[in-house]
Write a protein that binds this ligand. Structure first.
Ligand code: SF4
Length: 425
């Protein structure tokens, strides 16, 4: 290792906790080294941070929350994934020979707002229609698809789209596209999930094209949760290949090519966490992803309406003429064990009101009524729809929720005097 590398490494480790990525972006991250993020994000924070703490190592502050809090100038420019071949090399040398140019300098986003996405979900949301989506966790293997089939037989006529997860919570499962086949067989659109944890750029774009070839058109692009079996530490070996904003950018940049070559324009979605603090960082993070090309957003689970209402007010500030494309997620809780799972999910804030309900004998029915109340609250604030996430609620109560929510949404929108503008989606 050369002298330049050794002296740079020593000095920058002392000053910035340098992780020797070889493509330094300190001048763009308020002199805070982002590679101390366990996921190695070059654009953050991820949705797992709560109270400014890291999802992966809760004892430490979220690096990206610190960066975004300290950065005075908010620039909507993207950093690309770092090149592995530059790890453990001298970034001063790479700066001089230009090897780090592509990954050191921020990149402009591409505006594709004029290209309409081609899904029914996009058309409904663009037309201001209230939408209902449901989350179905992909089974570990094909035997579990019969469970998905039973769910679809019950809910097919009550939902506009179904999110089928991939490796939810980092637990290996069938891919979203496999589970999506059962959903499609009932004439319902899927929302396919890809995680930056699982793909590098080329592999991701290949998988996107494969999924579009299978008829899928709605995509939720996520950074991804930490893998439970992976040691919780900061190391080059655990850095994720991509973050969600990079995935959205790469897909967005491919829209014209996909439209012309495949005849498909996918509806790109992102996630957001209204409960991450400080709130302006979370609001900015969504604006960043929207500028990257995200057309709709599904939030983290909502358990406290006033926080969501304030967050959404900030999100909508100065954007009255733009369509409302945010779908808050709602936990439908019907099992005490699965309630514990909800409480442990990264980035999820569980309001004391739900903890109190879980102490009652009638908690299942009471959780349903609680869910309707939360739903009406976020709808009155302008939600474009509701995303139902099941945590063990009995099938009949889930159906009662899905069958009843549209009527309540119409009433809530009327009460709030909300008019949803149709727009190019
Ligand atoms: S993993 Fe997430 S929460 Fe942790 S430092 Fe990185 S962006 Fe922040």
């Amino acid at each position: 290792m050369g002298l330049i590398y050794k002296s740079e490494k020593w000095l920058k480790e002392v000053l910035f906790g340098c992780q020797t990525c070889g493509q330094c972006i300190l001048s763009h991250t308020a002199l805070i080294c982002p590679m101390n993020c366990p996921k190695g994000l070059r654009n953050g924070p991820c949705g797992g941070t709560l109270d400014g703490k890291c999802e992966v190592i809760p004892e430490i502050d979220c690096i990206w929350t610190k960066i975004e809090t300290r950065k005075r100038k908010k620039d909507y420019k993207l950093h690309l994934p770092p090149k592995e071949e530059l790890f453990n090399t001298a970034s001063y040398v790479n700066l001089f020979n230009g090897k780090d140019r592509e990954t050191r300098l921020p990149h402009d986003f591409v505006d594709t707002g004029h290209i309409p996405a081609g899904s029914r979900l996009a058309a409904k949301m663009g037309g201001g229609e209230f939408v209902v989506t449901l989350e179905i966790a992909s089974p570990r293997d094909a035997r579990g698809l019969s469970r998905v089939e039973k769910i679809m037989q019950r809910v097919a006529g009550l939902v506009d789209a179904v999110n089928t997860t991939t490796n939810a919570g980092g637990v290996p499962s069938l891919h979203s596209t496999e589970t999506g086949k059962v959903v499609a067989a009932h004439g319902v659109e899927s929302i396919i999930q890809f995680c930056g944890r699982d793909h590098d750029k080329d592999d991701f774009l290949r998988e996107m094209e494969k999924a579009m070839g299978m008829g899928y058109i709605n995509f939720l692009l996520l950074t991804g949760d930490w893998l439970p079996q992976t040691e919780r530490k900061v190391a080059q070996t655990t850095w994720f290949p991509m973050d969600s904003s990079q995935m959205i950018h790469f897909a967005n940049k491919s829209l014209v090519d996909w439209r012309d070559r495949l005849g498909v324009v996918p509806f790109l979605g992102c996630a957001a966490n209204p409960f991450s603090t400080p709130m302006p960082v979370s609001v900015e993070r969504l604006a960043f992803k929207r500028t990257a090309g995200a057309r709709f957003c599904q939030t983290q689970a909502i358990t406290h309406v006033p926080t969501y209402v304030e967050w959404y007010r900030q999100v909508r500030a100065g954007r009255d003429d733009e369509p409302k494309l945010t779908i808050p997620s709602l936990p439908l809780v019907g099992s005490r064990n699965l309630f514990e799972v909800l409480c442990r999910l990264p980035g999820v804030y569980v309001d004391p009101s739900l903890h109190r309900i879980m102490e009652r004998d009638s908690f299942q029915r009471d959780c349903l009524e609680w869910a309707f109340e939360i739903a009406e609250g976020v709808i009155e604030a302008g939600a474009a729809g509701i995303h139902a996430m099941n945590f063990g609620m009995p099938p009949d109560l889930i159906n009662e929720f899905l069958a009843g929510i549209r009527g309540r949404a119409t009433e809530a929108r009327r009460r709030a005097g909300l008019v949803f503008k149709a727009a190019e989606s």
